[in-house]
Design a protein around this ligand. Structure first.
Ligand code: 5GP
Length: 200
């Protein structure tokens, strides 16, 4: 009798990357999907304007009415307001055989876990607040915004520790990316075991 799991594509694994501003989530998320051909990064919508030098495809940039229309059409898996701007994850449609990576805030992560309790939450941390503030300044945030992101970040870290399955410190980008890749790989079902019996 055919095994039903063979005829149906497996459910994708879901990974949720959270962490305070300045942890480097965006950079790490991009590097993860560049390095892992089976990981698909969900592209969020936002009402915030693009930052100078930000990749034009970092988000789908829309105005508030367009965002609210998408909410009304049930187009988001989750959405949240963060420091006065709306951010939302469109209902994901990954290519077949791909696992999904969400890079979102704590509120959004909660909503995803409510819907998908088997999602894996990874908390990315900056090495310290000084480095965190420096990274925020480096991408053009105003001093006022840096201060509010650092302050908000303290709460995000405290809440993040409560919901995270894994914590990774981003003091060295290469190491942090490898650490997350190991977490992802470790959760995937082993492939080809039958063809690779252990050596005698
Ligand atoms: P930023 O403006 O710095 O790009 O993002 C602000 C915060 O919003 C970050 O914590 C980022 O992870 C989060 N964020 C980005 N996309 C989404 C999303 O689709 N949903 C939610 N809930 N948060 C998001």
């Amino acid at each position: 009798m055919p095994n039903s799991s063979e005829s149906r594509p497996a459910e994708p694994l879901r990974f949720v990357l959270i962490g305070p501003g300045g942890a480097g989530k965006g950079t790490v998320a991009q590097r993860l999907t560049d390095s892992d051909d089976h990981l698909w990064l969900s592209r969020s919508w936002t009402t915030r304007p693009p930052r100078p030098g930000e990749h034009p495809e970092a988000y789908v940039y829309v105005d508030r009415p367009a965002f609210e229309a998408h909410i009304a059409h049930n187009g988001f898996l989750e959405w949240a307001e963060f420091l006065g701007q709306l951010y939302g994850t469109p209902v994901p449609d990954p290519p077949s055989g791909h696992d999904v990576l969400f890079e979102i805030d704590i509120e959004g992560a909660r909503q995803i876990i409510d819907r998908h309790p088997d999602a894996t939450v990874i908390l990315l941390l900056p090495p310290d607040e000084e480095t965190q503030a420096e990274r925020l300044r480096g991408r053009g945030d105003t001093e006022e915004h840096v201060a509010s992101r650092v302050e908000k970040g303290r709460h995000e870290v405290a809440q993040g520790h409560e919901m995270a399955h894994h914590v990774v410190v981003n003091d060295d980008l290469e190491r942090a990316v490898v650490e997350v890749l190991c977490i992802v790989e470790g959760l995937r079902p082993a492939v080809g075991d039958a063809f690779n019996p252990p050596e005698e």
